[in-house]
Ligand binder design. Structure first.
Ligand code: FES
Ligand code: CO
Length: 335
């Protein structure tokens, strides 16, 4: 099991539903190889390892409601029990140890979520709530999955950072003449941190409509956050759920839902491509950050008022005991 026992208990996004077809799909979660596959409409997640000789089950196929190992054809049912060993006569008992390791798996918001703790272990936190997905006034698209060579907490913190818009996203989200961020607070509400509405002069969605917009950030889980941008003059709302899969210590994949309550007929690709442009602008910066892990020691790095959301994020990760991505053992220089 991965050393970070806190994140291993989290629901982590691993793929979009549309990316899992009839063949098994290999993903990596907290350095663990995981195979996803569909059986009768349900999605299953197993450790991507056959107990016989360690071959990757993801190279196999699904047949008769079982996943079949590509190497010697052992067949595992949805509970991970080996039901067939083709090399044995059918009347010989299958060893009880012939099992696959089954992980918890859910399909919500058109995304597949996995929890590495084995089935039957501690109760899971509920999946993050994102009301726009099923709300009749909103249309939601799935952003393109995007991988960065960076620790997941650095990637999440960049999403929570309002100060960089006028610089990294100059002309696309932020305006170079409006760099000042008004004072705001971050509040603990319903078991998570929520920022006040932060007034920003911005272009919410890259359409060239510059206006005063109110940003609200919510830190939902250690690698899941959301953002709501409201234009009170037009009542247009642009929302995002931003969910990061820590594949490895310094490799993370972003899955995001992008919702709007306006321009519902505009092609989905417009919003997917806009989000792709934004995240590509972020990638070089986030990959450049040192230390690579997010310093959870609040004495490390220098914090200003506009950084209150990221301060709350660092504080909460520290309280939860998340080690993955932190600088535990090698603190950044204290200022
Ligand atoms: Fe899977 Fe032999 S390694 S059946
Ligand atoms: Co950015």
């Amino acid at each position: 099991m991965f050393k970070d026992t806190v994140l291993a208990k989290e629901w982590l996004p691993v793929a979009y539903s549309q990316d899992l077809g009839a063949d098994p799909l290999a993903v990596k979660v907290l350095e663990e190889r995981v195979v996803l596959f569909r059986v009768r409409g349900a999605i299953k997640a197993f450790k991507d390892l056959c107990i016989h000789r360690g071959a990757a089950l993801s190279l196999g196929k699904v047949k008769d409601d079982c996943i079949v190992c590509p190497y010697h054809g052992w067949e595992y049912n949805v509970d991970g029990q080996c039901k067939k060993i083709p090399q044995q006569p059918p009347n010989r008992a299958i060893p009880l140890k012939a099992k696959a390791i089954v992980y918890q798996c859910r399909e919500v918001y058109g995304m597949i979520w996995v929890r590495l703790s084995e089935q039957g272990s501690d109760a899971a936190e509920p999946l993050p709530y994102y009301e726009e997905y099923n709300h009749p006034s909103f249309k939601t698209v799935h952003a393109y999955a995007h991988t960065m060579n960076a620790a997941a907490p650095r990637v999440v913190e960049n999403f929570l950072d309002v100060s960089h818009l006028a610089f990294v996203h100059e002309g696309s989200l932020g305006h170079p003449d409006y760099t000042e961020i008004p004072d705001y607070k971050v509040n603990w509400r319903d078991n998570h941190y929520v920022s006040d509405e932060i007034e920003v002069y911005a272009d919410a969605d890259g359409t060239g409509n510059w206006s005063t917009i109110y940003y609200t950030f919510e830190i939902l889980r250690p690698t899941v956050a959301r953002l709501k941008k409201v234009n009170y003059q037009t009542n247009e709302i642009f929302s995002m759920l931003f969910a990061v899969l820590p594949q490895e210590q310094l490799k993370s994949t972003v899955f995001a839902l992008v919702s709007r309550n306006y321009e519902l007929d505009k092609p989905d690709e417009y919003f997917q491509e806009f989000q792709q442009l934004i995240i590509e602008q972020d990638t070089g910066i986030v990959e450049s950050q040192k230390p690579e892990e997010l310093p959870l020691d609040l004495q490390a790095e220098l914090h200003l008022n506009p950084d209150r959301v990221s301060i709350a994020y660092r504080k909460w990760l520290g309280e939860l005991g998340v080690e993955f991505g932190s600088d535990v053992g090698r603190k950044a220089k204290t200022i």
